[in-house]
Design a protein around this ligand. Structure first.
Ligand SMILES: Nc1nc2c(ncn2[C@@H]2O[C@H](COP(=O)(O)OP(=O)(O)OP(=O)(O)O)[C@@H](O)[C@H]2O)c(=O)[nH]1
Ligand SMILES: [Mg+2]
Length: 390
């Protein structure tokens, strides 16, 4: 599957940058491309300059709202981020259209942090424009949720996050949620932390995107997971994760004479990798609330027995009983068995509901301050009160 990636704001730009590195790896190691192209859009010149891998020309690093912000960002005012995105849409879309492999794009991937200004405001606007102009082409968003300490120290954080989540949810085909707080490692410096989070956040996409792009018969699975399967799986709130099990260096031979204990150990290893993938999901959620799910097993061809894949299907079914499950195998690599899991169309995510509730409270307090009165109301009613950035 080939994605056309657009990173918005500092966080979005950096993650897009990471994806370009992932693409370089796919090209070097596997001889395939998983990106059609990648762009960074920002109101901040310094952030655009700080990127490492995205092409440095003005068509790939796109400065928007330059006159309004003098190239210094929107300072967390996501309404301004949205406004600038609306004004400069044509500039962005013109650059995307000029991409070399534009016609090969299977889907757009828009990336932004929910708590900032530029990315948070622009994500919904750009997603909506892409949906309108390229009917039939899916638009997925990756939305990064803030660290807990940002929520407690800056009120704008929760407010921006709620507006960004609501706006993108209304227009995107699916939203991958990545929770910064999930990846926090104590004692690591802030910068290494972010770099690690970005690397870990995009890693599960590697095998997933490569699997369907393989042309060498040796690496095509018995059950290939291609763009169609992924597109059919993705809808609404989505999380993803990856787990892996190391395999012993000298593998016992396959075949009828194989010891039953080896077979058991193999299945256990695959099950372990899947458990880890579910434990490492990009946001804490209840898998039983997922309406759709997908898993991909990547490992040495000899390890790819249908039994294992079936067993993993049963395991996933046990944790996500209501999900429509798709699966695939990808005979690639050696030394480990990796399992990638996507849970999608998740009906209820506590953390998201909390953002909406807190934002509604904030709005009520702001209204009360302006003398409009404070009333306690139900969530469905108050959801309506969250401003949309579209
Ligand atoms: N995972 C991750 N989170 C980041 C990164 N950079 C910033 N963030 C988070 O993103 C949020 C801030 O968003 P930014 O992307 O910096 O904001 P922006 O879109 O550039 O908007 P303005 O700077 O206000 O114009 C905070 O929650 C940060 O913790 C990054 O490289 N990786
Ligand atoms: Mg910024």
């Amino acid at each position: 599957m080939k994605l056309l990636v657009i990173g918005l704001g500092q966080c979005g730009g950096r993650i897009a940058d990471r994806l370009v590195r992932l693409n370089k790896r796919a090209r070097a190691v596997r001889g395939i491309d998983i990106l059609a192209d990648a762009f960074a859009v920002n109101t901040d010149v310094a952030d655009l300059s700080g990127l490492r891998t995205i092409s440095a020309d003005y068509k790939h690093r796109i400065l928007v709202g330059g006159q309004r912000t003098n190239g210094h960002g929107v300072g967390k005012i996501s309404e301004l981020g949205a406004e600038i995105a609306r004004e400069d849409t044509d500039k962005v879309v013109d650059s995307l259209r000029a991409a070399d492999s534009f016609y090969e794009t299977d889907a757009f991937l828009v990336i932004a942090a929910a708590a900032g200004g530029t990315g948070s405001g622009a994500a919904g606007v750009l997603t909506q424009v892409l949906k309108e102009r390229y009917v039939g082409k899916p638009v997925y968003d990756i939305i990064i949720l803030p660290f807990r300490q940002e929520e407690t120290t800056e009120t704008r954080t929760v407010y921006n996050t709620a507006m960004c989540l609501k706006s993108t949810y209304l227009v995107a085909d699916a939203i991958f949620l990545i929770d910064n707080q999930r990846y926090v490692k104590k004692n690591a410096s802030a910068e290494t932390n972010l770099a690690t989070i970005n690397a870990r956040a995009v890693e599960p996409l590697y095998n997933l995107l490569c699997a369907g792009e393989e042309t060498n018969k040796r690496y095509v699975g018995a059950k290939t997971l291609d763009a169609g399967d992924i597109i059919q799986t993705l809808a609404g709130w989505t999380v993803l994760g990856q787990g892996s099990s190391r395999l012993p260096r000298r593998l016992p031979l396959c075949g009828p004479k194989r010891d039953f204990r080896d077979k058991m150990a193999e299945t256990a290893k695959a099950a372990h990798a899947m458990d880890e993938a579910i434990g490492e999901l990009s946001l804490t959620c209840e898998p039983q609330d997922a309406g759709r799910a997908l898993y991909l097993v990547t490992g040495p061809p000899k390890e790819m027995r249908m039994e294992i894949i079936k067993q993993l299907g049963d395991n996933l079914r046990a944790v996500a009983p209501d999900a429509l499950i798709r699966s695939g195998d990808y005979p690639r690599g050696k030394g480990s068995l990796d399992v990638t899991v996507i849970l999608s169309e998740i009906g209820n995510i506590r953390k998201i509901t909390d953002y909406f509730t807190k934002a509604v409270d904030l709005i009520s307090v702001m209204k009360a301050k302006r003398g409009l009165g404070y009333q306690s109301r139900k969530l469905e009613e108050t959801f309506e009160d969250i401003p949309v950035l579209l």
